[in-house]
Design a protein around this ligand. Structure first.
Ligand code: FAD
Ligand code: MLT
Ligand code: ZN
Length: 507
């Protein structure tokens, strides 16, 4: 056992050194490279470069070099927006031969700094690849270019009475290729499972430019290793996803939702048990926001506030959604649930507010979905997206707040608030620290503190957002040496020159 540990640790150290050496050996793109890309790309608008022969105004590259949170900033001189898989392949082959780093970019809504360069790598944006390739209304299988925006795919399948198996607050900007690359979870995972299950096939341009065609539409395919799984959640470090085949579920005939106000966090777990038992097959979401997160959502105009009376004495809120086949049946179940909760000898909830129409349904969802937006309006967010036992959600938030208080950082000028929200059904807490600005003092107070806390619960430092640039140093809190060593070996097989999203996921 100990020999194995030594071997894997040594192997990991060697591979680590190899990776950082590879990254430092990458070349900057030259004017000659930019002129070559201009020939490869079918449209002149597909190339933005501040290099002399193209001379795009530098500010036009800002949206590609800066991440959604305003936390990470790249120095790329060149953005390429190919229109076809063939164009992607030619670009990647050239970059591999010339040892130029590439950062694949979807909607740039990632929250871990994975979608922007660490240095001056080329940004390869999928935003010009937006065709639906096929949709089978019988099987519900959709094949689409990776650059399709999640909302536009939702709109595409809606008239066929299907929905996308995932939904998230960033749906208006994020792309299906980005969703697959981050293995995004979101608000429907409780019902439809992870993308590891619903993605049926992928088309990927490998780091040497080869096109790997695994774009199958088969539900069952046990023909050896399931290579596509490696790219789901690889965050662009193993190749560029250009096409996605995905199973879309039939649209529910009826959906409803209710916000429950709880007097104590300790009630969330028994409430979840009760709700699961009573709603069974129609339960489609069970989402949590603490009081501070709720107040922030309201403050920044996300959804309509509940009445004073409804929120009085509430320590936290749970949003329950049902999706089923018959409205009367589902409403009856939901009403029975509410009645039994309110009439219990020791009620788990103070009150429940049920949507009465589609506008209220969206407004209740906005209170939960809009927390991310509200946080970004309030300040700069340190986002910890962790898997921990549900019973420890509150403890994690409270201990982090206490830690910041004990360091004298909890005040309007430094850390304004520490909040918790997330996907209870998935054991996924979003612990957010909202600061006036990103500072080394706050960073040092939070890390490794938060990661050690997660490890003490044998949790995960990334439940759904990924590792990106933010957590490469923290991967070891959730993965052992052997696992990391094998991840590095896989990276080295696919991308021996280390051109693909350098410095992300693995150090
Ligand atoms: P990007 O941000 O552009 O990229 C993300 C990563 O994937 C990067 O490493 C990038 O290099 C890589 N990548 C992108 N496209 C490709 C491709 N075609 N091939 C290879 N690599 C690629 N995440 C959740 O899991 N659940 C949520 O509920 C959720 N809600 C969010 C709400 C908001 C308001 C925001 C801003 C973000 C949220 N996110 C959530 C985070 C984010 O991961 C998702 O928004 C989304 O999956 C990222 O997709 P994107 O197209 O923006 O990818
Ligand atoms: C969410 O659940 O709202 C998203 O994952 C985004 C976030 O963590 O803010
Ligand atoms: Zn989330």
């Amino acid at each position: 056992m100990s020999r194995l540990w030594h071997w894997s640790r040594r192997c990991s150290l060697v591979l680590s050194r190899q990776n950082s050496t590879l990254a430092s050996r990458l070349n900057s793109i030259t004017d000659a490279d930019a002129l070559h890309f201009a020939k490869v790309l079918s449209s002149p608008t597909s190339l933005l470069s501040i290099l002399p022969s193209i001379s795009t105004p530098p500010e036009e590259l800002d949206i590609y070099n800066n991440d959604w949170m305003g936390k990470y900033r790249g120095k790329s001189t060149t953005v390429l927006k190919p229109k076809t898989t063939q164009e992607v392949s030619e670009i990647v082959k050239w970059c591999n031969d010339r040892r130029i780093g590439i950062v694949p970019q979807g909607g740039n809504t990632g929250l871990v700094g994975g979608s922007v360069p660490l240095r001056d790598e080329v940004i390869l944006s999928l935003s010009n690849m937006t065709q639906v390739r096929s949709f089978d209304p019988v099987s519900g299988i959709l094949v689409a270019d990776a650059g399709c925006i999640l909302q536009s795919l939702t709109d595409y399948v809606a008239p066929h009475n299907h929905i996308m198996p995932l939904d998230l607050g960033a749906k208006g900007s994020c792309q299906i290729g980005g969703n697959v690359s981050t293995n995004a979870g979101g608000l429907r995972l409780l019902r439809y499972g992870s993308l590891h299950g619903s993605v049926l096939g992928l088309e990927v341009v490998l780091p040497d430019g080869t096109i790997l065609d695994q774009l199958t539409t088969l539900r069952k395919d046990n023909t050896g290793y399931d290579l596509k799984q490696l790219f789901i959640g690889a965050e662009g470090t193993l190749g560029i996803i250009t096409g996605v085949s995905i199973l879309t579920p039939p649209a529910p005939q009826a959906s409803n939702n209710v916000i429950l106000a709880l007097p104590r966090f300790e009630n969330v777990l028994p409430l979840y048990k009760t709700v699961k038992r009573q709603l069974s097959e129609i339960l489609s979401a069970f989402e949590f926001i603490d009081r501070t997160a709720y107040d922030l959502a309201v403050k920044h105009g996300q959804g309509r506030a509940l009445s004073e009376e409804d929120v009085e004495g509430a320590e936290c809120f749970v949003l329950v959604e049902t999706s089923g086949g018959r409205r009367e049946h589902d409403e009856e179940k939901l009403n029975n649930l509410l009645e039994s909760l309110l009439e219990a000898d020791e009620p788990l909830i103070n009150t429940g507010v049920m949507a009465q129409n589609p506008a209220q349904f969206s407004s209740l969802w906005a209170l939960r979905e809009g927390v991310t937006e509200a946080v970004s309006k309030e300040g700069k967010a340190y986002k910890y997206d962790i898997s921990v036992p549900l019973s420890t959600f509150k403890e994690c938030v409270d201990l982090t707040r206490e830690r910041l208080r004990s360091k004298g950082l909890l005040n309007e000028a430094q850390v304004k608030a520490v909040i918790g929200y997330g996907h209870v059904g998935d054991g996924n807490l979003h612990l957010n620290v909202i600061a006036k600005a990103y500072t080394p003092e706050i960073q040092d107070a939070l890390e490794p503190f938060v990661y050690e806390l997660v490890a003490s619960h044998r949790g995960s430092v990334s439940a759904e957002h990924g590792i990106g640039a933010m957590k490469t140093h923290a991967l070891h809190y959730s993965k052992d040496e052997t696992s990391i060593a094998w991840m590095k070996k896989i990276k080295a097989i696919f991308d021996p020159n280390g051109i693909m999203n350098p410095g992300k996921v693995l150090e």
